[in-house]
Design a protein around this ligand. Sequence first.
Ligand code: NAD
Length: 348
Amino acid sequence: MDGSNGKRNGAGKRALVTGGAGFLGSHLCARLLEDGYEVVAMDNLATGSMRNLRPLLGRGLIQFIEQDVVNPDEAQLAGFRADRIFNLACCASPLHYQADPEKTIRTCIDGSLNMLHLARQSGARIFLSSTSEVYGEPEVHPQMESYRGSVSSIGPRACYDEGKRCAEAAFFDYHRVHGTEIKVARIFNTYGPSMQADDGRVVSNLIVQALRNEPMTINGDGSQTRSFCYVDDLIEGIVRLMDSPAEVTGPVNLGNPSEVTVLQLSTRIIELTGSRSKLRHRPMPVDDPTRRCPDITLARQSLGWAPQVSLDEGLRRTIAWFEETLANGHLDLGTDSLLQMEINSGCN
Ligand code: NAD
């Protein structure tokens, strides 16, 4: 893969990143600044943090606006101009999106409609961070974009899964009805530096527990599979998709097709950290998918994209970041967080 694709493509352009203070959003802001964009990050700081954006201040033209995509301040956005809108706003970990399901549904649906309206008003091309969760508990492996999914509309994950499905519908309707240029990516599990330590996502959870020599929590027997994509690879995929010809609307799977069991992942983390942790199994959460693996043929063909960072390399970089952050005392988990990690019923 030619890593130079997209570099400096942003000179003279303005990009709005909703969810810009979150894990993926802040990495995307960094990349867009490198590419020469003027960047506006919008976030309600529900799960995002200014700590993620602070290192970017002074690196280029970046502005932060604290706003909710569900109820954006119309006065502030009147006459807003952007060439690109990356709509990433939405809490991604089950712990957070299940805490306020109505808000999750509104963020996915009202938030997407509001950003589509803004894209139409400003003539921007707009990206949606959809998810592999639209495939639900898949009956086909690996999952291709043509697979329509097997989602429970009534389970605890439905607010997110169905919310994202509806967001996809809204994007394609805007495209058909108004000719809005849309780009829809179905993102599979992505990990890397700046993940929250205590949001229950499996990679960060296991790394933090391993570094602390605490029991590592495994849902069920750990035979469920996931495919883990390192964040730099994912961001490269997003940038390539946004820069692709207008007729490439997606949905396009972006993820790493090498599938591992959660048990294999935990073993590798123990080896790489030299941890003394033991595994602690707990019941499988409701509707937790048993297999998850992207077919990335479409991304390879239409974007020339494939992940470059191996799981070992990605884990090394992520472990190093968590080690440093722990050493700096930035990962103090409150009792509530620990309790919630204990009862949390999902890994994303
Ligand atoms: P994250 O929770 O770190 O980031 C989400 C950001 O959105 C946070 O900064 C949060 O404060 C903000 N936000 C939430 N609701 C908002 C609202 N109503 N208005 C404004 N801001 C709001 O999660 P992430 O991993 O960075 O995920 C980013 C996007 O990518 C999400 O849309 C998520 O669904 C999608 N995604 C992520 C993954 C993954 O593995 N990380 C996988 C599939 C899809």
